[in-house]
Design a protein around this ligand. Sequence first.
Ligand SMILES: [Fe+2]
Length: 172
Amino acid sequence: MAIQVQSELERFVEGFRNEHRAARDIFLGIAKALGERDGARIGELMNQANAGIGPHMRYEEEEMYPALAGLFGAEYIERMLEDHDRAFGVAARLMELASHQPITDQDVEEGNRIIQGLLPHVTDCDGLVLAIEVLAPENQRAIFAARDRAIVEEVSMMEWGERRGRQPIPVA
Ligand SMILES: [Fe+2]
């Protein structure tokens, strides 16, 4: 049984890290495309974000962050949820900037700034593996199951934004 949980943990860690890698690359790609005034490319990358980040945020919010409250305290959950609130604000603002005709130097600068503000959440979140490792096996299993379910159900970031019952924090 212990061995089974171990390999489930490894599978989770790999998937979790790949999701953060994808998010990182999407936001770096958006920054690059903004610099190149490539609105179509930004649209493509935002579609990728919508499809990939939705399930990720969902299982983090539904199962993973609450499971970490015992270790980090209740305020921690609120902070992580606020990071997500802000990520919704960032996504909305990036879409606006990408729609500008033309995209100005100021738009590029703003886009870079808000992406820089978001990236530490993506990389910090990956470090939570160290916390998940010390959770009880049943709590770990609940997180893994929530992840599998979220991936199968493919709730997009936009859909999750409507369902999660919180407001985006506007960024500008
Ligand atoms: Fe994450």
